[in-house]
Design a protein around this ligand. Sequence first.
Ligand code: NAG
Ligand code: NAG
Ligand code: NAG
Ligand code: NAG
Ligand code: NAG
Ligand code: NAG
Ligand code: NAG
Ligand code: NAG
Ligand code: NAG
Ligand code: NAG
Ligand code: NAG
Ligand code: NAG
Length: 660
Amino acid sequence: MRLSWLLTPALLAVTVLAVPYEEYILAPTSRDLVPASVYRINGSVSNPAALTSSTTENTTFYGVSSVTYDFGRNIAGIVSLEVASASLSAFIGVTFTESNLWISSEACDATSDAGLDSPLWFPISDAPGIYTAETKHTRGAFRYLTVVSNTTATVSLSSIRVKYTAAPTQDLRSYQGYFHSNDELINRIWYAGAYTLQLCSIDPSTGDSLEWLGVISSTDNITLPQTDSWWLNYTITNGSSTLVDGAKRDRLVWPGDMSIALESVAVSTGDLNSVRTALESLFALQKANGRLPYAGKPFSDMDIVSFTYHLHSLIGASSLYQYTGDRAWLSRYWGQYKKGVEWALASVDDTGLANITASADWLRSGMGAHNIEANAILYYVLKDAISLAQTFNDYSNVKNWSTTAAGIKTAANSLLWDDHKGLYFDNETTTLHPQDGNSWAVKANLTLSCNQSDSISSALASRWGPYGAPAPEAGSTVSPFIGGFELQAHYLANQPDRALELLRLQWGFMLDDPRMTNSTFIEGYSTDGSLVYAPYRNTPRVSHAHGWSTGPTSALTSYAAGLHLTGPAGVTWLFKPQPGSLTQVEAGFMTQLGFFETAFRRSTAGSYQELTFTAPNGTSGSVELGDVTGKLVSDNGRRVQLTSGKATGLQGGSWRLTSL
Ligand SMILES: *[C@@H]1O[C@H](CO)[C@@H](O)[C@H](O)[C@H]1NC(C)=O
Ligand SMILES: *[C@@H]1O[C@H](CO)[C@@H](O)[C@H](O)[C@H]1NC(C)=O
Ligand SMILES: *[C@@H]1O[C@H](CO)[C@@H](O)[C@H](O)[C@H]1NC(C)=O
Ligand SMILES: *[C@@H]1O[C@H](CO)[C@@H](O)[C@H](O)[C@H]1NC(C)=O
Ligand SMILES: *[C@@H]1O[C@H](CO)[C@@H](O)[C@H](O)[C@H]1NC(C)=O
Ligand SMILES: *[C@@H]1O[C@H](CO)[C@@H](O)[C@H](O)[C@H]1NC(C)=O
Ligand SMILES: *[C@@H]1O[C@H](CO)[C@@H](O)[C@H](O)[C@H]1NC(C)=O
Ligand SMILES: *[C@@H]1O[C@H](CO)[C@@H](O)[C@H](O)[C@H]1NC(C)=O
Ligand SMILES: *[C@@H]1O[C@H](CO)[C@@H](O)[C@H](O)[C@H]1NC(C)=O
Ligand SMILES: *[C@@H]1O[C@H](CO)[C@@H](O)[C@H](O)[C@H]1NC(C)=O
Ligand SMILES: *[C@@H]1O[C@H](CO)[C@@H](O)[C@H](O)[C@H]1NC(C)=O
Ligand SMILES: *[C@@H]1O[C@H](CO)[C@@H](O)[C@H](O)[C@H]1NC(C)=O
């Protein structure tokens, strides 16, 4: 028996060899950071660059002045400054912002519905000393930090440091997965997704206390920051790390992440413990009638009902089991899971579709009645539920669930399909064709044929603008959350080049535009390319590190590289690469059973020149290589002939494609 089988996953993570392509990882090598460069100077300041390195030199501020430093990427942490000397007792302030749009010596970017966040002010004496922000003034995400002196004093600083606090339980650069291709932009997108999720993994005691929720309203006209206007001191989950929606805000557990962030964590850092604590905090809030919350604490105190977010938590439980294989965990939640399914089914009416009466969703509007997104997600959940019921030999509800699922599929196609546009309507009384419901319809296999899925993929692609795929159900919004599902829809419709094109267009913009952080993905923006997210009046509030925008990381590993788990922890698998025009791909990730990996090269005409893949010993799976003839040969000499590019019943091990 291999030693690793005896180790817990946590120990395994420590002992495993480093994965390749570490040079692409954006997480810092140390948790003790200094700024990378000087971005802007205002007033009289000598040697501002002294604070960008650990030299003995000092930066001196003469009277009212400021320096903006750039960390080169989005980071998170607790600021300390070291005063070398001051001519009198004075104040030094620091302000933070993710985007360069909100650099200011008077305020940070925003975490509330209106206004801006106040600077952190350090009252300093005229003696040397180190001043460190309190833990509740951890800043969850910033790329730019402005140091301000607001008095007539002459102040010399010998250092400004940030204690990096994100992903508190991770060895920051020990990923359990990797991805590489011949396309550098695609590679950077994969790693920026993984890094975004690291920033969104936080110490649970530093959640947002939402002190201003209901106090500051989005219609307030606040121009200047209030004193001490933000703090992160609310404990949102159990454990020592948890996954939240955004790094700067909300720093709360939101169920939507369970359908995107979870899978991207699984194929990159592997930090599923942070996902588990988040999901457990949602199940802890389940009502007696089976309903799961719209969000975690303290937001859940508002008791908002969301049909779709309820379903995302159920998807989280099923996906967590798929990636961890932790049957004991799932069996602890199986009763709650079934109650959750039953709560959702109570909305199914005699048309066969669920009639949605709760308006809350991912901040899109008009999601009531026989909404296609909600019904597609419900259909997806029922398929999951049926498969989990088989795992537990608990067949009590399976017949009901199967019949209900079939009824949803029939009714959706007869009541909501628009043959003329090749898209589903949002509901029966509108001509709007949403991005969310159409993407989910393909993902859930609500469609009746491959042609129908292809028609959706083609119609969605025909709507793209210069900055990405629109979500007309949310005004003039580009939603990288729903875009993540659209990516999957293109792959499922066997249109990998459309997926690559959308990746480059939308996530390429999100990485390379100078207003972005060049390291993490924004939560939403406008179809005209302005960084305005329609649901918010307060634009500086937009989060530039949002887990729901990281869909590309898992999409590239699962679809482009073809590494799909079909059974818990990958005990069964499907290897089905869809590289499109990529000519070289290498990818892998680990589960408790071992590594799943592949490497292949292709001619520009699309034939494989070299192809290998590996699955752990003791697992079994299938291969689908498309239009390929030849044999697969394993490292212990087994040979399997491909039939129409397919083979089934393969054992784990390392396999190579040969034309002989
Ligand atoms: C420079 O500082 C002054 C005084 O604080 C302020 O009024 C001005 O807006 C600042 N200019 C820039 C470009 O930040
Ligand atoms: C920086 O300030 C410290 C404390 O006053 C002093 O000891 C040191 O010599 C200064 N460094 C330089 C290069 O002037
Ligand atoms: C500098 O900022 C501090 C903290 O906000 C404030 O108390 C002080 O009055 C300011 N000083 C000047 C001269 O503006
Ligand atoms: C904020 O300003 C707008 C435009 O000037 C005004 O219509 C609105 O009433 C103001 N809101 C409040 C709460 O004062
Ligand atoms: C968080 O800190 C603020 C400001 O110090 C305080 O008013 C609040 O009670 C604290 N909240 C919690 C949950 O500790
Ligand atoms: C924390 O753990 C306790 C004990 O297992 C449990 O009762 C509680 O619901 C958990 N709370 C959250 C927020 O997960
Ligand atoms: C039906 O969809 C349209 C378009 O999204 C929306 O405006 C309308 O409110 C929806 N109907 C209901 C009852 O939600
Ligand atoms: C959905 O249910 C509501 C509340 O019972 C009802 O008013 C509405 O007509 C129903 N919508 C549809 C499309 O059946
Ligand atoms: C499923 O069970 C519910 C009661 O829990 C019932 O109302 C519904 O009609 C059943 N659906 C089917 C298709 O059997
Ligand atoms: C999707 O549904 C069609 C029938 O509508 C079925 O033939 C096909 O097998 C389903 N695909 C999957 C992956 O379940
Ligand atoms: C963005 O980051 C990459 C490293 O991921 C770096 O090579 C590139 O120079 C950066 N671009 C800009 C404009 O800073
Ligand atoms: C699988 O087992 C074979 C021996 O049958 C061994 O050579 C190989 O190293 C094992 N592979 C893994 C990934 O453990």
